[in-house]
Design a protein around this ligand. Sequence first.
Ligand SMILES: O=C(O)[C@H](O)[C@@H](O)[C@H](O)[C@H](O)COP(=O)(O)O
Length: 230
Amino acid sequence: MSLHTHTFTSADELVSVFSQRIADTLKQAISEKGKASLVVSGGSTPLPLFKALCSRPVDWSKVTITLADERWVDNQDAASNEKLVRENLLQDKAAAARFVALKTQHDNAEDGVDELTRTFEDVGLPFDIVILGMGEDGHTASLFPCSAQVEAGLDLNSPAMLIATQPTTAPHQRMSFTLKALVSSAHVFLHLTGQKKLDVLNDAIENASELEKPIKAVCDKATVELMWAP
Ligand SMILES: O=C(O)[C@H](O)[C@@H](O)[C@H](O)[C@H](O)COP(=O)(O)O
């Protein structure tokens, strides 16, 4: 589809504008439907965004927050995206939001797919906002080019909304929303900082296949707003 790039002079400016934009979009969804959904990514990039967003005046009690992907670790583990969100986003005003975890009690992520699918059938897709990150290998969510599951995760003909993945170049088994679930969202944002990631994104779009750089599939199949600062 298309990529719309918003370039900021600093990560601080990006966070300020982006958190306001997210808040406004949530408010709009709440005014139209009485509720809103927000899907965030883990990793290190979103931390300052979470800290700014949680104090924005939104009726957070009407907002459901979940993750684009999760590492299959205990929710007290330092690698847990749920832990990151609980400690940094579900704070201040946003403490009133409902959080839906992407981790079950199953030992193996594959065994958690059915339960999570039922959970998200109840939550209801499409989501209002999805905020994606990207790794330097071109992965997004936990759709890793190195994983055996990448083709299935990008298959728009599959009805699956969630997939268990096993990266070979990063730790932990993962649970990830599929490309189909992610690009069905009303607003798809890509949040990147640093020249290196911008170069990876541009290279992916211009030179790679979707299986080589899954972020390319997102940009091909959705209208993506890139929020980028050096
Ligand atoms: O759980 C995760 O690891 C992610 O959701 C992942 O897709 C992340 O967004 C990228 O790896 C970028 O991570 P950084 O922001 O740490 O570079």
